[in-house]
Design a protein. Structure first.
Length: 260
């Protein structure tokens, strides 16, 4: 089996505003790594729906940056992002930046969630694997589009919290596993799409192996604490086509399973 290994180059990152269609591979920095103390408070799911804030988020932050897939935009309007962050941060839930969720993890910037979702080219009826459940927000966006979402989280407390929010919001098509996501989820493979929401320093071969023929993998790859590149891999038999989508910053993909 042949897998492409990306060669990393320095990228000039565009400002948050002013991204032009002629420069589709350039994207702004996103998830700034941090190491906050664990956040123990539970997101308040029963908070106001705040649909107008989601609409403004989509109009100002997402469609203005050339994300145009109708299903992606519909999902971003539908998922109550504020339900996936601690109550003390809910006033920032629809802002144009990532937020800490504890345990050194973040909920991604809305634009990046939309960008990665659109890059997966999802279709109804597909099966998707997510590596790095975190808050659960990205999985919920995926579940608005496809029939089956499987998500793996290495921090037990975050996995439990996300599962509770899914239950409260009625996302019954999301299955959560507490494990090391590097190895994927062989039991439910092959997957039509795989999304990785933390950055390893190389593409995990098990994830490539678990893609269906024609399946897509979206993954940030690069050194921890520095700029990485966001890659789209598409499987074609035993080969993989690789496309560099531009520069990003994500928290690193960790490998130590934590129960707390």
């Amino acid at each position: 089996m042949k897998a492409f290994v990306p060669t990393f180059i320095a990228l000039t990152l565009l400002a948050l505003a002013g991204c032009q269609p002629a420069q589709p591979t350039e994207i702004p920095p996103t998830d700034t790594p941090d190491t906050p103390a664990p956040i123990t408070e539970t997101p308040t799911v029963a908070a106001p729906l705040r649909a107008s804030e989601r609409e403004e988020m989509v109009m100002r932050q997402i469609t203005g940056r050339d994300v145009s897939d109708p299903e992606t935009l519909k999902a971003m309007r539908a998922v109550p992002r504020h339900a996936f962050v601690p109550e003390s941060l809910q006033d920032q839930a629809y802002a144009d930046h990532p937020l800490p969720i504890g345990y050194g993890q973040t909920i991604s910037q809305p634009y990046i969630v939309a960008l990665m979702t659109e890059a997966l080219d999802l279709q109804p009826g597909e099966r998707v694997l997510e590596i790095g459940t975190g808050s659960g927000y990205q999985a919920a966006v995926l579940a608005e589009i496809v029939d089956e979402v499987y998500t793996i989280e290495i921090v037990g407390a975050l996995a439990e919290q996300a599962q509770a929010v899914f239950a409260d919001l009625g996302y019954d098509r999301i299955t959560v596993k507490h494990a090391d996501g590097y190895f994927g989820w062989e039991e439910y493979a092959p997957f039509d799409a795989i999304i990785v929401t933390a950055a390893p320093d190389h593409v995990p071969q098990p994830l490539l192996n678990q893609l269906a023929d024609g399946g897509r993998l979206v993954i940030p790859v690069g050194p921890p604490g520095g700029y990485q590149s966001l890659w789209l891999y598409t499987r074609a038999g035993d080969d993989y086509q690789a496309e560099n989508l531009g520069g990003v910053i994500f928290v690193p993909l960790t490998r130590t399973v934590r129960d707390e």
